[in-house]
Structures are given as C-alpha cells and as structure tokens.
Design a protein around this ligand. Structure first.
Ligand code: CUA
Length: 289
C-alpha cells in the first residue's frame, strides 16, 4: 500500500512538473492562494513529522517489550482456584522450585514473567500498584511481565467475578531487594520445620490423621493433598485464607473450627476437634515458619 501511494505521488509530481510551463508561475498567485498553500504545506510537514515520531516511538517500545521478556526473568506460575491463589516459582532445577499460596514475593528492578492459569472459572490477576489486569482462563495460559520499581507491600485482588467469595480472593504482594528475596526463597525451599515440643508433635499427628492432610501439603510429611494451599511454611505468611484473616493463633483456630463463618462458600470443611487437639494443631501450624 505504501509503495503504491508513493508511486502515485511520484506520478502526480512528475505530471505537475511537466505541465508547469502551461500554468501561471507561483509568484503571481493571489495572496490567499499563497497562504493556503503555505498552510497546507505546514500541515503536511506536521503530519510527516508526527508519523515519524510515532513510528520511532513504536519501534523503541517494541524493543523495550522484547527486552522485558529476557530469558533471565524470574518465572512464576499463578493458578487461580475458588478462592485462593497457588504461586509456584519455576526453575529448571527441580530442587529450586517452590510452591506457596496467596502471597507473591518479587525482587525489585528485575523482570518477573508471570504465567496465569485457572483450575475452575475465570479469575483475574490484579495488583493495582504493579500491573494491569490479566485474566486467568481455564485451559490456557496467559502471561504478564512485571518489573517492580520500588520495594513495599501491596494487595493483589481477583478482578473478575468468580463466585461467592470473589471479594475475599486477595493476595499479599511483597517487593523486596534481591538479598531479601533470596533469603525468603531459601527459607521457603527448606523442608517444613519438624515438631520441637510434645504439643507440636501432637498437632502434627492431628494434622496427619484428620481431614487436613487430604487437601493440604506439608513438605517432608505424609500430607500431600493438592486441593488447598501448601502449608509447608504457612506461618511465614502474613495472612490466611487469601488475605481474609491475619496469621495468628486465634484467627487460625476459628478458621479451622468454622471456615464458613469467615468465608461463606469456601471449599474448606469445618473440622470439629476437641479443644486440646485444636490447640495442638494450631500450635503446630503456627510453628511452620
Ligand atoms: Cu477469583 Cu474473582
């Protein structure tokens, strides 16, 4: 199309030049025509410059986008479920791969390529301070690259209505410097803390013998459920139940006893335990830093 337009333009100029002797010289044109001519020429020049600036800008932005997808970017996979987020840090070395839930740690100034998936319905990943919204769609992967520019803590929120607890499908996002991020990652990669006291041991026993273990994983134990969040380092997170509750013993006990009171519709069943077993379980879970 461009070549055709240029060819037509060249032809028009060539024709006009050929006819030039027939028409009156430009200097004798009326003043109004002269002014119009100047205006039109300026306007054309303006459009030409504008187009060149836009083309140049587009070229530079393209290059920047391509650079943002560098192969050294951190790779994270976020999978949405009703109503929580599974967060996996991918690594070619399987021993450096880690799984957590409802929290995202990002190193400042480094690109992170986030793969977004869904287990059930359409969710949308949105951390208003860091990125735009991208949907998590069952059966496909969407991608987003985030390069955080300053450290801090932000709230991420599901931004696509996904059922009863859509509003309580939030995420705790921490942007930290590289050293702090590596420390966090190393701590998350460590196996779960072994129970140190009799109460913690009792708590672990309760966890492994009640319904907990069929839905949750605690690395290094027999609990390997995949339905709910990985709890290997549960107590290191600031919140429970996708940013619904603070990570503290009382809230955790309430959550285990009656999750539907705090999050109606949640797939976590109520677990009716004798008081001493509940206390032991909470003590054990709160030790999983
Ligand atoms: Cu998930 Cu709204």
């Amino acid at each position: 199309m461009y070549l055709l337009m240029m060819a037509l333009l060249a032809w028009a100029i060539w024709r006009a030049r050929r006819r030039l002797p027939d028409v009156a010289p430009l200097t004798e044109a009326p003043a109004a025509d002269d002014l119009l001519c100047k205006l039109l020429n300026s306007w054309s020049a303006l459009i030409m410059i504008g187009l060149f600036v836009l083309a140049g800008g587009s070229f530079l932005v393209d290059r920047q986008l391509a650079r943002a997808e560098d192969p050294h970017a951190l790779r994270v996979r976020i999978t949405g479920s009703e109503w929580w987020w599974q967060v996996e840090y991918l690594d070619p070395d399987p021993s450096k791969q880690l799984v957590t839930a409802n929290e995202l740690h990002l190193p400042v100034g480094r690109a992170t390529r986030v793969e977004l998936r869904s287990n059930d319905v359409i969710h949308s990943f949105w951390v208003p301070s860091l990125n735009g919204k991208t949907d998590l769609i069952p059966g496909r992967s969407n991608y987003q690259t985030i390069t955080p520019r300053r450290t801090g803590q932000w709230r991420g929120q599901c931004a696509e209505f996904c059922g009863l607890e859509h509003a309580r499908m939030a995420m705790d996002v921490t942007v930290e410097d590289a050293a702090a991020f590596e420390r966090w990652k190393a701590a998350q990669l460590a196996p779960a803390r072994t129970p140190a006291t009799a109460v913690e041991q009792q708590g672990q026993h309760v966890f492994l013998t009640s319904t907990c273990a069929s839905c949750h994983t605690i690395a290094g134990t027999d609990a390997g459920g995949k339905v709910g969040p990985d709890l290997t380092h549960m107590a290191s997170r600031r919140t429970l139940a996708a940013s619904t509750l603070p990570t503290e013993p009382q809230a955790l006990a309430q959550w285990i006893r009656d999750p539907h009171a705090r999050k109606p519709g949640t797939n976590m069943p109520a677990t009716d335990l004798p008081a001493d077993q509940l206390t032991a379980l909470v003590t054990y879970l709160m030790s999983l830093r």
